[in-house]
Design a binder for this molecule. Structure first.
Ligand code: KG4
Ligand code: ZN
Length: 375
């Protein structure tokens, strides 16, 4: 079975083709265009610009995904090799989602192919099921029950996955997501979105134990998370070390300081403080994620742990999780390749291949607020 996936929930316009064959899911093409650069200056996604770019990118991205999979040819012939179409219908930005959903509905109608709506968050988890070149080093196959941690810019969710498509939400963030916390702290230092990779890079030179940031909800008896307080703690701690950020400074002074951080123009001592701030922030976030994951893995005696979402690309998080899973003899850890951690359409096609149900195109509507339990 060959599935065309379409993903347009935020600032990425993506189309991918996967083929399910002999119990494996092969990636035939994975095309992504992004409007990220246009949002970098403002520090956050501008929905109107993201939606306009989705419209501009969707057809070239679709064509490229088809050609990369099947070679050049008449579009109708290329489309004839597709068995089904999968599309993200939420959560996300309404203007962006609509572009993918309406494109997919039109294709389903015109080509008379089944259309499978996919929850973006479920898609992130299914990135773990795609066989890529690196897959050959994977020794164990994913087995259920599995524990899935989705750590992205919008979500920090912990789910029990009992079988394909069967999810129980164990907990989620009550305010900011882990990725959002990284993005906002990086912004304070003057770095554009996405801040996660920048914090990760600076953290490699810092001491993770230097600043005792709070470990929010570490001891709570549930599987919820909260990261907005940590962002405030990061702000207060940064102000302590850099008086220039305290009240009564002009915006220009603040911008000047941020420029100095970004351009690496600080004194050696100041640089080290920035590295320590980043390493300590990372340590606080990862400690909470790992503790809760470990507790849930034991409570539900899971066979597999599936990491996903943009923050899953973080090397340190992967290493620390790897060390944690070594303590669990019957559990294996999985994470997607870096390119499949952040938003892409291959994960959407993968979710459809394993757990999707076709729905008549007339009954599919974009749902920006879609959550797990509604899937
Ligand atoms: O999954 P994603 O691409 O988009 C959402 O659905 O939100 O995740 C984006 C998030 C951003 O917050 C970004 O800062 C974070 O993932 N991120 C990282 C890394 N790469 C992306 N965080 C930490 N380390 C990374 N290497
Ligand atoms: Zn995402």
């Amino acid at each position: 079975m060959t599935i065309l996936g379409i993903e347009t929930s935020c600032d990425e316009t993506a189309a991918a083709i996967v083929e399910k064959k002999d119990g494996k899911l092969l990636l035939r093409s994975n095309i992504i265009s992004s409007s990220l650069d246009l949002h970098a200056e403002t520090g956050g996604i501008i929905p109107e610009i993201a939606a306009r770019k989705q419209i501009e990118f969707i057809h070239p991205v679709l064509q490229k995904a088809l050609e990369e999979s099947f070679g050049k040819g008449k579009t109708s012939e290329l489309f004839s090799q597709i068995d089904a179409i999968a599309v993200t219908y939420g959560p996300g930005l309404i203007g962006s989602l609509l572009v993918g959903v309406e494109t997919a509905k039109t294709l389903s109608l015109a080509l008379n192919k089944p259309l499978i709506p996919v929850n973006h968050m479920v898609g992130h988890i299914y990135a773990n099921f795609i066989d890529t070149a690196e897959e050959s080093i994977r020794k164990e196959q994913i087995q259920f029950p599995a524990l899935a941690l989705v750590v992205s810019g919008g979500h920090t969710d912990l789910l029990l996955m009992k079988a394909h498509g069967e999810f129980q939400l164990l907990g989620g963030t009550r305010d900011d997501a882990a990725g959002e916390c990284f993005d906002k702290c990086a912004r304070l230092l003057g770095y554009n979105y996405p801040g996660g990779p920048k914090i990760a890079q600076l953290a490699t030179k810092g001491d993770p134990k230097h600043i005792p940031f709070p470990r929010p909800m570490l001891g709570s008896h549930d599987y919820d998370f909260s990261f907005s307080g940590l962002k405030t703690a990061f702000l207060n701690e940064t102000k302590k070390h850099f008086p220039i950020l305290r009240n009564n400074i002009s915006p220009n002074e603040k911008i000047g300081w941020q420029q100095a951080v970004v351009e690496n123009n600080l004194t050696p001592k100041e640089k080290q403080t920035i590295y320590d701030l980043c390493a300590s922030l990372e340590d606080a976030i990862f400690t909470v994620l790992i503790k809760k994951l470990s507790k849930a893995a034991k409570e539900y005696t899971v066979q597999s742990i599936l990491l996903s979402g943009g923050v899953a690309a973080d090397k340190k998080l992967r290493e620390r999780l790897g060390a944690m899973v070594e303590q669990l003899p019957d559990t294996n850890l999985f994470f997607p390749t870096k390119k499949l951690c952040t938003d892409n359409a291959a994960m959407i096609a993968a979710a459809a291949a394993y757990a999707g149900k076709p729905v008549p195109w007339e009954n599919i509507t974009a749902d920006p607020e879609l959550y797990f339990d509604e899937n």
